[in-house]
Design a protein around this ligand. Structure first.
Ligand code: UDP
Length: 412
C-alpha cells in the first residue's frame, strides 16, 4: 500500500568539484558513526512539487554516505487529497479550513498508512502535513520521529493549525525552512528541538545540469518559441499562490513597451493537487489566445530537461509568488545564472537579494518594470545572474542539505 520510491544511485564524490572539498569532508566525518542507520522518508507524492524534488537527491546521497535510507509514499485517494489541499492552503493562511468530516477522512488515511508502515526504523522523517498523523497511531515503529514542515506556518488559519498541532507535538524534532515559520507551540517543547534548514537543489540532476545554449534553444524551439526574441518565463505549479495571472499582467505591461517579448508559463500537475486543473484552465482563459503566451505542462511532455531548457533560455525568470515555502524554482533559475524577478515572500528573499542576485517585487507593475529593466540591459541581467549562481553554490545545493540532516541525526 505504501509505495517504495526507487531513487537510483548518486555519489557524493561527484559533487566535490562543485561545492568544494571542505564541505564533502565535513559530510564524511558526520556520517562516520551513522553507518547502517535505518532512515525512512515518508511523503505524500513522488511527483510534482518541491518535496519530491528534494527527496530524489537527498535519499540516494544519504545512502551513498552509508545510511540505510528509503523513501515511501503514502496511499491516498482523491477524497484525501482534496482535504490535504484545503489543509495546506489553510495552514498558509486561507480562511477555508477543513471541516470535522474532512478531518475524519484525513485521520482515516493516516491510520491506514500507519498500519501499513514497516517496523524497525531508527528515524522516520515525515514530510509536510499530509502524513503527519501517522506517528500517533504507531509511535513504536521508529526510535525517533522527525516532522519536516516545508510550508509557511507564519500566518496560519488558527483552527487548522490547532487541529494539526496535537498530531505533530510529540515528534522528537521538527525541521522548518525558516525560523519565522515555526509555531510557538512547537518551540516550547523541552528536549524536542526545532531545526532550521532551507532546502536545496541538485546541480547534477537533469533539471539543473549544464545545458549548452544551443541545446536549450533547440528544446525551446520544439515548443514553438522564437529563440531570437526575448523570453520571460515562470516555472510553477498552476496554483493561485504562484500568481500566474499576475505574471500574465506583468508580461502584458512589458509587451506594451517591448512588443517582441514572449512568455512561457511552465507548470506541472501534481498528483496530489486536484485544484491544479481548474486553475490551469483559468490561466489559459486569461491568456486569451495570445500566441506569444506559451502555457505548457507535463502532459505536453515537459519534464526535467525541458524545465532546464526554459530556465536556461529565459532572458528574465519570474517567480511572482504571493506565498512561498521556499521556492526551489528560484534556486534552480539562479543556478543557471539567469536574472530572477520574484515575489518578496517566504523563502524567496533568502535567495534573491534585491539588486544583487535579482529583484524582489510585490505587484505586477513592479514585476513588469524590473523585467523591462533587465530586458533592456543584458549586462545587468548577466551580473545579477552570475551573483545569483554563486549565492546558490554557497547556500542551496544538496550537499549542504545532506550535512544539515546528518547533524540532526547525530543529535539522537
Ligand atoms: N516543476 C517541474 N515542472 C513543472 C513545474 C515545476 O518540474 O512544470 C518543479 C520545479 O522545477 C521545482 C518544483 O517543481 O523543482 C517546485 O518546487 P517549489 O519549491 O518551487 O514549489 P512547490 O511546488 O513545492 O510549491
Amino acid at each position: 500500500m505504501l509505495q517504495h520510491v526507487a531513487v537510483g544511485h548518486k555519489n557524493l564524490a561527484d559533487y566535490t568539484h562543485i561545492v568544494g572539498r571542505q564541505l564533502v569532508e565535513e559530510i564524511r566525518s558526520l556520517a562516520d558513526g551513522l553507518e547502517g542507520k535505518r532512515v525512512l522518508h515518508l511523503s505524500a507524492t513522488a511527483f510534482g512539487g518541491g518535496v519530491a524534488e528534494i527527496l530524489y537527491t537527498l535519499v540516494p546521497l544519504m545512502s551513498d554516505v552509508g545510511l540505510h535510507c528509503e523513501w515511501h509514499v503514502m496511499l491516498g485517494r482523491e477524497e484525501f487529497y482534496n482535504v490535504t489541499k484545503r489543509l495546506h492552503n489553510a495552514l498558509q493562511g486561507s480562511p477555508d479550513a477543513p471541516t470535522p468530516e474532512e478531518w475524519e477522512i484525513y485521520d482515516h488515511y493516516n491510520r491506514l498508512n500507519a498500519e501499513q508502515l514497516a517496523d524497525g526504523w531508527d528515524v522516520v522523517v515525515v514530510h509536510d502535513p499530509q502524513p503527519a498523523g501517522v506517528r500517533n497511531y504507531v509511535p513504536e515503529k521508529a526510535k525517533r520521529w522527525i516532522w519536516q514542515c516545508h510550508i509557511d506556518l507564519s500566518e496560519p488559519n488558527r483552527s487548522a493549525l490547532e487541529r494539526l498541532l496535537p498530531l505533530v507535538r510529540d515528534y522528537d524534532a521538527a525541521v522548518f525552512h525558516l525560523d519565522r515559520y515555526v509555531p510557538e507551540e512547537l518551540r516550547a517543547r523541552p528536549g524536542r528541538p526545532v531545526h532550521i534548514s532551507p532546502p536545496a537543489i541538485d546541480p547534477l540532476s537533469p533539471k539543473n545540469m549544464r545545458l549548452s545554449p544551443e541545446d536549450a534553444a533547440f528544446v525551446c524551439e520544439q515548443f514553438g518559441l522564437d529563440v531570437d526574441r526575448p523570453l520571460m518565463c515562470q516555472v510553477s505549479r498552476f496554483d493561485p499562490w504562484k500568481d500566474p495571472i499576475g505574471v500574465i499582467d506583468a508580461y502584458r505591461q512589458v509587451r506594451a513597451e517591448m512588443p517582441a517579448v514572449q512568455l512561457a508559463l511552465v507548470g506541472s500537475m501534481a498528483t496530489d493537487d486536484p485544484e491544479g486543473w481548474e486553475f490551469y484552465n483559468r490561466t489559459v482563459a486569461y491568456a486569451d489566445g495570445d500566441p506569444d503566451i506559451h502555457i505548457l505542462n507535463n502532459l505536453n511532455n515537459v519534464g526535467a530537461i525541458e524545465v532546464n531548457a526554459f530556465q536556461s533560455q529565459a532572458d528574465v525568470l519570474v517567480q511572482k509568488s504571493i506565498r512561498e515555502g521556499f521556492g526551489l524554482t528560484v534556486s534552480e533559475g539562479l543556478w543557471k545564472a539567469r536574472p530572477m524577478v520574484a515575489g518578496n515572500v517566504g523563502g524567496i528573499p533568502l535567495q534573491v537579494i534585491d539588486g544583487r542576485t535579482g529583484f524582489l517585487v510585490s505587484t505586477p507593475e513592479e514585476c513588469a518594470e524590473r523585467s523591462l529593466r533587465i530586458l533592456r540591459d543584458p549586462e545587468l541581467g548577466r551580473r545579477l545572474g552570475l551573483a545569483g549562481k554563486e549565492h546558490v553554490r554557497a547556500n542551496f545545493l544538496t550537499p549542504r542539505l545532506l550535512r544539515d540532516w546528518l547533524r540532526i541525526f547525530k543529535q539522537a
